[in-house]
Design a protein around this ligand. Structure first.
Ligand code: FAD
Length: 499
C-alpha cells in the first residue's frame, strides 16, 4: 500500500469511532456482544462463504458503499445470502441475539449508517442478482442485488423494462423509497409497479405481499417505507413496454448550460405547474463544480419523450436557452437510462437533503439563490454542490393511485421533488459541524410547500420524511403490526418517524 493510501486508511479507521458515536442506535459493549452471538450462531448454521468475518470478499463488501462515510464501518460479520432462506436464518439469529443489523443492495444511500453497521450483522445482496421476464404475467422479477443497468439489459430484448432509477449503478433499495424513473409520468413511483414482494419479517418469517392478499397493508407500506418493514428478497414488477434497443422509440438526451440559471428555473417551474403528459420526462440539475477553490456552474437538463421528437409546447423553453452542449436524438429506453452514466464513482463523502416545491417562478429562483449563497459560503469544503428538480406530475400521482396507492400518498396536483446535494473534498469523512449548520439553515430557507411529501431517497437522515407522507398515521399502524417490539427502529439505522 502506498504511504498516502496507508495514511488515508489510518484516517478513515480513526474516524470510525467518531462516525459511529453519534449514530442511533448506539454501538457499545453490549451491542458488540449481541452481534458476536448472532454471527457465531450464523457461522454454525450457514457456510463460511455465506457468513464472513474477514477476508477479501468481506473487505470489498464493507468498503463498497457509494458514500465514503458508509465504508468506514466494520460489521461483526457479513451475510451474503444466495436464497431467501439464508435471509430468514440470518434475521432469526439477529432477532434472537438482539443484534444491530443493516441491509445493503446497490449501496447508494447517502445517509450515514443506513446500509452498513458497526458492531452488527450486515446482509449484502451481491450474490442475488438475477432478473427475468415472464411474458404470461407480463412481469419482471428482480433479486435485490441487481443494479438498474443490468436489470434493464437483462430484459430489453423482450421490449420491456422495469421502472427503476435513472443511473445504472443504483440498486433496488431505490424501490423501497418510492423510486423516480423516466417512466414515472405514466407509471407512478417505481414502487407503484410492484406486483408481488417477498419479505422476510423481523421474526424471520417469509411472506409474499400483494395488493389483494392478507399482506396488502404491508405491500402498501413497502412503497415508500424504506428499510423499516422487513427485508425484501424478491420484487415482481409490472413490465413496462419501452421497446427493444432497435426500436429506439424515445427521443431526448442531455443539454448542458453554463449560464441562464433564471431562464432554466422559470422553465422548470412552468413545467412543474403545467406539463402533464405521460410520455414526457425531465430532470434538472443545477451544479457548481469546484476546482482549486473556483466554482463553475454546470446546469443540466435531461428532457425525454416517448415519441419521435421533443414536443415544442413541453420542452420549447429549455431548447431555446443557449447551451454549451446539446446531445439530443432518437434513443432506446436503455439509451435513455444510460444518458447520465452509471453514477458509480466511489470514495467521497456525499450528503443529500430533500425539499418539495410547487408555486410560481419566484419560489424556484428563491431556492436557487439560497443554495447559491450556501455554496459560496462553504465552497472550500466541496468538490461539487447540486440543486436538482424532478417534476412529479399529477399523472404520476394518479398512476400510483390507480395501481392501489402507496404510503407516500402525495396530494393531487404536481410538484417538484428537490434534491439538495453536496460532494465533499477528498479525505473528508465527517461533515464539519459548521457546514451541517449551513445545510440545516438551507433546509429552513427552502422548506417544502405545504402538504407536499419529502422524497426518502434524497433526504438528510434527520429530516422527518415519514411525517410528510399523506398516509403517515396508517404507516405507523402497519409498522407496529409487523414489528410489534419496534425491533427495526431500535436495531437498525433508517428513516425517522416510527419510534
Ligand atoms: C448517483 C445517484 C443517482 C440516483 N438516482 C436516482 C434516481 O434516478 N431515482 C431515484 O429514485 N433515486 C435515485 N437516487 C437515490 C437512490 O434511490 C437511493 O440512494 C437508494 O436508496 C439507493 O438504493 P441502493 O439499493 O443503491 O442503496 P442501498 O444503500 O443499498 O439501499 C438503500 C436503502 O434501502 C435499504 N434496502 C436495500 N435493499 C433492501 C432490501 N432488499 N430489503 C430491505 N431494505 C433494503 C437499505 O438498508 C438502505 O437503507 C440516486 C442516488 C445516487 C447516489
Amino acid at each position: 500500500m502506498s504511504r498516502i493510501g496507508a495514511l488515508f486508511l489510518l484516517l478513515t479507521l480513526q474516524q470510525v469511532a467518531t462516525a459511529t458515536s453519534t449514530l442511533f442506535p448506539p454501538s457499545n459493549a453490549s451491542t458488540a456482544a449481541a452481534a458476536r452471538l448472532a454471527c457465531h450462531q450464523l457461522e454454525t448454521t450457514l457456510s463460511s462463504s455465506i457468513v464472513q468475518t474477514n477476508g477479501t470478499e468481506y473487505e470489498s463488501a464493507a468498503t463498497d458503499a457509494w458514500n465514503l462515510q458508509n465504508t468506514v464501518f466494520r460489521p461483526t460479520c457479513i451475510v451474503f445470502p444466495r436464497v431467501a432462506g439464508h435471509v430468514q436464518v440470518a434475521m432469526k439469529a439477529i432477532f434472537d441475539a438482539g443484534s444491530h443489523y443493516a441491509v445493503q443492495a446497490g449501496g447508494h444511500s447517502a445517509m450515514q449508517g443506513w446500509n452498513t453497521v458497526q458492531d452488527g450483522v450486515l446482509i449484502v445482496f451481491s450474490e442475488m442478482k438475477i432478473a427475468s421476464y415472464d411474458p404470461v404475467r407480463d412481469s419482471i422479477t428482480l433479486e435485490p442485488g441487481i443494479r438498474w443497468v443490468d436489470a434493464i439489459a437483462a430484459v430489453e430484448a423482450f421490449g420491456v423494462a422495469p421502472a427503476g432509477g435513472r443511473l445504472g449503478d443504483i440498486g433496488t433499495g431505490l424501490l423501497l423509497g418510492g423510486g423516480l424513473s423516466y417512466l414515472a409520468a405514466s407509471q407512478g413511483y417505481s414502487a407503484d409497479t410492484f406486483m408481488e414482494v417477498d419479505v422476510v419479517l423481523v421474526n424471520g418469517e417469509l411472506v409474499t405481499a400483494t395488493a389483494t392478499n392478507k399482506y396488502s397493508d404491508l405491500f402498501r407500506a413497502l412503497k415508500g417505507g424504506g428499510n423499516r418493514f422487513g427485508i425484501v428478497t424478491r420484487y415482481e414488477l409490472q413490465a413496462i413496454h419501452t421497446g427493444t434497443e432497435e426500436d429506439s422509440e424515445w427521443f431526448g438526451g442531455l443539454i448542458l448550460y453554463n449560464s441562464s440559471a433564471e431562464a432554466i428555473l422559470n422553465a422548470t417551474a412552468r413545467y412543474t405547474r403545467e406539463v402533464n403528459d405521460p410520455k414526457a420526462a425531465l430532470l434538472i440539475s443545477m451544479s457548481i463544480q469546484i476546482i482549486d477553490g473556483v466554482g463553475s456552474p454546470v446546469y443540466l437538463a435531461t428532457p425525454f419523450y416517448n415519441g419521435p421528437a421533443l414536443p415544442e409546447d413541453i420542452f420549447g423553453e429549455f431548447l431555446s436557452i443557449p447551451a454549451m452542449v446539446s446531445q439530443l436524438g432518437p434513443l432506446s429506453y436503455s439509451g435513455v437510462a444510460e444518458t447520465l452514466g452509471l453514477g458509480d464513482q466511489r470514495g467521497l463523502t456525499q450528503h443529500f437533503g430533500a425539499s418539495a416545491l410547487l408555486g410560481d417562478d419566484s419560489l424556484f429562483l428563491d431556492a436557487f439563490n439560497h443554495w447559491t449563497n450556501f455554496t459560496t459560503t462553504y465552497q472550500d469544503n466541496f468538490n461539487s454542490t447540486t440543486l436538482a428538480f424532478t417534476p412529479i406530475t399529477e399523472l404520476q400521482i394518479q398512476a400510483g393511485r390507480n395501481k392501489g396507492g402507496n404510503i407516500i400518498n402525495a396530494p393531487h396536483g404536481g410538484f417538484a421533488a428537490v434534491q439538495i446535494y453536496q460532494t465533499f473534498n477528498p479525505g473528508v469523512v465527517d461533515i464539519p459541524a459548521n457546514v451541517q449548520d449551513g445545510i440545516n439553515l438551507l433546509f429552513k430557507q427552502i422548506p417544502p410547500s405545504p402538504g407536499l411529501p419529502l422524497y426518502l431517497n434524497e433526504c438528510d437522515e434527520e429530516q422527518e420524511v415519514f411525517k410528510s407522507y399523506g398516509d403517515y398515521e396508517l404507516m405507523r399502524e402497519i409498522y407496529v403490526k409487523y414489528d410489534p417490539t419496534k425491533y427495526n427502529v431500535n436495531h437498525m439505522r433508517g428513516p425517522l418517524g416510527l419510534e
